[in-house]
Design a binder for this molecule. Structure first.
Ligand SMILES: C[S@@+](CC[C@H](N)C(=O)[O-])C[C@H]1O[C@@H](n2cnc3c(N)ncnc32)[C@H](O)[C@@H]1O
Length: 196
């Protein structure tokens, strides 16, 4: 009986944490190329810790964050330094060499939103940029001057609007990887400080 309860509880947790998909894979493979063994790396919104774990195989020190406590537990149990955080809020200025983020980006009709952790993992609000825009407005602060951000975005999210937000946040963007799927094009943007 006790074991059944534990199994049910962990199944509920799994249902509330984003499972790695094509977007996770594209970001992990691309970001790995940017990470050096001496780097301090931040993965924002780690979910199952798939991307952070891939980046840690380089030998770099990786910090994983999420707003979802169940995702934080998965990252912690995977052996990563883990912080429950909203975006980059708790971190000091100019400390990370690389920041990676696969954000919630699906444009969502507010009338159809469900207020649960999986919704927080997927929904980018009405224009898909409800989480991306505040991230771009604040991430420059935690980057070292020659640091880099790798951001996964989708054609569903208006990539030109994302580039404009990045420019407003002091970051120059470049498309460095892409993959086409039936309903969307996934892109990884490299963002670097425009005033290093
Ligand atoms: C699309 S999932 C990506 C999960 C994982 N990184 C991957 O690629 O498989 C987005 C993740 O961002 C997290 N998230 C959403 N809003 C956040 C915020 N404001 N700060 C930190 N994490 C956030 C969600 O909880 C979710 O785990």
């Amino acid at each position: 009986m006790k074991d059944d309860r534990i199994e049910l509880a962990s199944q509920r947790d799994l249902d509330q944490v984003y499972e790695p998909a094509e977007d996770s894979h594209l970001l992990a493979e691309t970001a790995r190329e940017y990470v050096g063994t001496d780097d301090l790396v931040l993965e924002v919104g780690t979910g199952s810790a798939y991307v952070a774990t891939a980046l840690a195989t380089t030998g770099a020190e990786v910090v994983a964050t999420d707003v979802n406590p169940m995702a934080c537990r998965e990252a912690y149990e995977a052996g990563l330094s883990t912080v429950r955080a909203n975006l980059v809020e708790p971190f000091r200025d100019h400390c990370f060499d690389v920041v990676a983020f696969n954000p919630p980006y699906l444009p969502t009709d507010p009338d159809h939103e469900f207020d649960d952790w999986m919704e927080r993992a997927l929904s980018g609000g009405e224009d898909g940029r409800a989480v991306i825009d505040p991230f771009l407005a604040t991430v420059r602060r935690v980057l070292v001057d020659d640091g880099v951000v790798l951001l996964l975005v989708s054609s569903l999210t208006d990539i030109d609007a994302v580039r404009a937000s990045a420019a407003a946040g002091g970051l120059t963007t470049r498309e460095v990887a892409e993959e086409s799927h039936p309903f969307e094009r996934l892109v990884v943007l490299e963002l670097r400080p425009d005033d290093p």
